[in-house]
Design a binder for this molecule. Sequence first.
Ligand code: NAI
Ligand code: PYR
Ligand code: MG
Length: 568
Amino acid sequence: MTAVAAKRRFWVEDGSSVTSARGVEVLDTPLLNKNTAFTRQERAELGLEGLLPAAVQTLEDRVRRVYEQYHEQPTDLLKNVFLAMLQDNDEVLFYRLLTEHLREMLPVVYDPTVGEAIKRYSHEYRRPRGVYLSIAEPDRIEAAFQDLGLGAGDVDLIVASDAEEILGIGDWGAGGIGIAVGKLAVYTAAAGIDPGRVIPVSLDVGTNNEALLNDPDYVGNRHSRVRGQRYDDFIDAYVRTATKLFPGALLHWEDFGPSNGRRILERYRDRICTFNDDMQGTGAIVLAATLSAVRVAGTRMRDQRIVIFGAGTAGVGIADQLRDAMVRDGLERGDATRRIWCVDRQGLLTDDMTALRDFQNPYARPTAEAREWAGTGGIGLAEVVANAQPTMLIGTSTVHRAFTEAIVKEMARHVDRPIIFPLSNPTERIEAMPSDLIAWTGGRGLISTGIPVPPVTYEGVTYAIGQANNALLYPGLGLGAVVARAKRISDGMFAAAAEAVAGLVSVSTPGASLLPQVENLRQVSATVAVAVAKQAAAEHLAQAPLKDPVQQVQDAMWQPEYRPVRAG
Ligand SMILES: NC(=O)C1=CN([C@@H]2O[C@H](COP(=O)(O)OP(=O)(O)OC[C@H]3O[C@@H](n4cnc5c(N)ncnc54)[C@H](O)[C@@H]3O)[C@@H](O)[C@H]2O)C=CC1
Ligand SMILES: CC(=O)C(=O)O
Ligand SMILES: [Mg+2]
């Protein structure tokens, strides 16, 4: 039996959607469905008369109603489920609502509530979204993508996760599709990436999460994680198929375990258009926040002394970009590397440790240097902070409350404006809350967090806490790459993106945020996109001509508006 390739239900011509679907099939297509906003003529043409109540409403009418319904949901998880159902029913309405209430709803669609939704995925499961690839059937990858009915030029972006390290909550197996869906929702809300031209992908290689393996409702493969050659071959089959079927697509990797994430990126980054968000997107947004902080502190990038607590995917990704920024500020690479101290489970990483991961090796400190720092229980974060006297402390460890009052006060003894970024997500993982950090440093701390937090008032000054989350960066990066039709995603593109974000921030007022506010995410993303597209052109990585990048970026941004729908 041969597989039957699915056909697209609709396409766009002169600003209208044209569809071969009729009746309920139209209402069941989220990017086509306008529900009560279908005009009388559209209802007649598409076989919808009698399937809808009499009133013909506008998008604004519909937004008003769903906003009320949203507020009737009693918990953030149920709000998330409500929005997912809306997205599956009427995608324009979902994106209009989300865009109009971004500060309110981003934490529900994305970090932190997305973490809870992923944990509950099999229980709250209603309908599928995306492509589910199973390690049991690597030879069905092509058929799986073809079931979408998309052509070679129809896809701009694919976000894939194997769900080994979802945010800071660990292995969530098939539920990991939720992070791909959430990241893509942010791409569209923040940067106007066309939601009809993206694919979320679950790479289901099993799970080591016992709770899932023993949960009768679990919807994924019920075996332990496959590793080694079979895993690599599966990833390779995914990359080969995706790039063959959709040669223009950017492949985004999200929430892999540290060794796989790094290895996959190294294998493909010079061959295809791809990036790892946790390593590179995070590194760039943290660099942006650092550039702002350094301006406030009146110091220079090259003068920083940086302690990173949690030297995994995100931590070392941040280290790499901060090191490169110090090199751009005039330091030799070796000298820049020596201004970074990485602390992980085993304490300060030193060069006598045999079990370091290869990407940690460059940051291992000479054993002799650290020997005299050892407290009674080894060289932990407290000893490193006391001895290294850092100007910056970054948390990517998933360890809640790891930045204690004693450690923060010790840091603040040695530096005028301590820069402290507790970046772990979701809320129950953050290394310290900003209100404490500001109090412990007497208002001198320059703070940014991964989760969204409200402003903190301390001794009459209100401190806005910028969200150092890769969501402020990757959407614009993706848009810039799409507009430029970039062949590769280079380190230079991340540096350009970071500088563009930092350039949007005015830090002259006391308590000003180190990063732009989430309300301005579309402006931030457009600015990043222009910088990234220009950088791609400068590095001869752009395949599209860039005559007027500012206008090209604006033109490329999808808007949540109902289009006329015609029968075809
Ligand atoms: N703000 C942002 O944009 C981002 C934040 N993150 C957050 O960073 C955290 C880490 O994420 P990944 O790097 O992807 O995970 P990962 O698993 O690659 O890295 C975590 C590291 O922390 C270490 N660690 C765990 N317990 C520790 C302890 N008690 N003491 C010292 N080190 C310890 C682990 O050994 C590992 O090396 C998560 O909470 C995640 O949500 C990750 C990416 C982006
Ligand atoms: C924000 C993000 O990508 C993470 O926490 O993994
Ligand atoms: Mg992530």
